[in-house]
Design a binder for this molecule. Structure first.
Ligand code: CP
Length: 322
C-alpha cells in the first residue's frame, strides 16, 4: 500500500473537535495556530520550573513505541505526567506482541484497563491509522511517528521553534536537507510550514534521496547543497534513515559529509544568522559538523525543549474535559 494514501480515518468528533492526531495534512491554519499558541503557553525556558497543569487528572495515556525513540517517547511521557495523567509505557519488544498477539488485541487489552489515549510509533505507517479506526469512541490516537509518512508533533515543535526565533513563518525560506525521501519529519515539516505561509519550502537532497515528484506539492527541489541553502532563513538537516534502506543504497558516510554535510563554511551561503535545525538523533560528521550543531545559530536544543510543550498542548486539546 502506498504510504501517502493510507490516511482515511476521520480525526474529528461530531462536535467538530479534534479526536486523533495522525497527520498535519488537512488541518486548518487556525487550528494549527491554536495548537502553537497553546504550546507556547507551556514552553518555558530552562531557567524557570517546567509548566504544569491538572488538565488530565484521571486520564490514562499509553505509549506504544515499536521503533526506537528518545525524544518523542520521553517528552510524551513528561507531557502527560505534567498534565496530571497516568502513563503506561509498553515496551513492544518486551510485550506479548512477541508471543504473537496482534496490535489490536494489545490495544483492546489496554482499553479494558481504561486507557484514554494511545501514542503509537511504528515502522509500518498504517498502524496508528488502523488503531484509530478500531478504538472506542471515547479513545484518542496520536502518531508518535508513522514509517516515513508523518510525525505530526515533530512538525508542530519545529514550527513553534521557528516562530519563537523569527516571530513568524510567513515569507521565510526554509530548506529541508538530506534524506528527504525516507523522512517523516520532512513530510510533516513541509506540511506545516506551507500551511503557515512560508515563502518557499525547499527540498535539498541527493537525487537518490529526493522523494517522488507526486509528493511534497508546492516545494522547490535542489540537488546541490550550496545552491539549496543559498539565502535561506532556516536550514533543517536530516539524518540518513538507514533503517529504511537496503544496505546497497546506504551512502558512504565520509563521502556524504564531503558533499552534503553542513559545515560552518557552507552555512555562510544561507542568510546571516539563519537558524540551524535538526530533529535528532543526529550523526555528527555525517550530515552536520559538530561545531555547527553546537554553534550559535543552532536551535536544536530548543526543538527538544519545545517537544514537551507541544505534546502537552496536543494531549490537552484532544483529552481535556472529555
Ligand atoms: N525527533 C525524534 O523523533 O526523535 P526520537 O526518535 O528520539 O523520538
Amino acid at each position: 500500500m502506498s504510504e501517502k494514501n493510507i490516511l482515511s480515518s476521520n480525526p474529528w468528533r461530531s462536535d467538530g473537535s479534534l479526536r486523533h492526531l495522525l497527520t498535519l495534512e488537512g488541518l486548518s491554519r487556525p487550528l494549527l495556530e491554536t495548537l502553537l499558541e497553546r504550546s507556547a503557553h507551556y514552553s518555558a525556558p530552562l531557567s524557570v520550573p517546567a509548566a504544569r497543569s491538572n488538565a488530565l487528572i484521571g486520564k490514562t495515556v499509553a505509549l506504544m513505541f515499536a521503533e526506537p525513540s528518545t525524544r518523542t517517547r520521553v517528552s510524551f511521557e513528561l507531557a502527560a505526567r505534567r498534565l496530571g495523567a497516568d502513563v503506561i509505557n509498553i515496551e513492544v519488544q518486551l510485550s506479548s506482541r512477541l508471543k504473537g498477539e496482534s496490535v489490536l488485541d494489545t490495544v483492546a487489552t489496554l482499553e479494558s484497563m481504561h486507557v484514554d489515549a494511545f501514542v503509537l510509533r511504528d515502522s509500518d505507517a498504517s498502524i496508528p491509522e488502523m488503531v484509530a479506526k478500531h478504538v472506542a469512541p471515547s479513545v484518542s490516537v496520536i502518531s508518535g511517528g508513522a514509517g516515513s509518512l508523518s510525525h505530526p508533533t515533530q512538525g508542530l515543535l519545529d514550527a513553534l521553534t521557528v516562530r519563537q526565533h523569527r516571530g513568524r513563518i510567513e515569507g521565510l525560506t526554509i530548506a529541508i536537507v538530506g534524506d528527504v525521501k525516507h523522512s517523516r519529519v520532512a513530510r510533516s515539516a513541509a506540511q506545516i510550514f506551507t500551511a503557515l505561509g512560508a515563502g518557499e519550502v525547499r527540498l535539498v537532497a541527493p537525487v537518490g534521496l529526493m522523494p517522488d515528484e507526486a509528493e511534497f506539492a508546492g516545494c522547490s527541489r535542489f540537488t546541490n547543497l550550496d545552491r539549496g541553502i543559498s539565502d535561506c532563513d532556516v536550514v533543517m538537516m536530516l539524518r540518513i534513515q538507514k533503517e529504511r534502506m537496503t544496505a546497497a543504497a546506504i551512502p558512504d558516510e565520509a563521502r556524504y559529509f564531503q558533499e552534503w554535510g553542513l559545515t560552518r563554511e557552507r552555512l555562510q551561503r544561507a542568510k546571516p544568522g539563519a537558524l540551524v535545525m535538526h530533529p535528532q538523533p543526529m550523526n555528527r560528521g555525517v550530515e552536520i559538523a559538530s561545531d555547527v550543531a553546537d554553534g550559535p545559530q543552532s536551535v536544536i536544543r530548543d526543538q527538544v525543549r519545545n517537544g514537551v510543550a507541544v505534546r502537552m498542548a496536543v494531549l490537552e486539546t484532544l483529552l481535556a474535559g472529555r
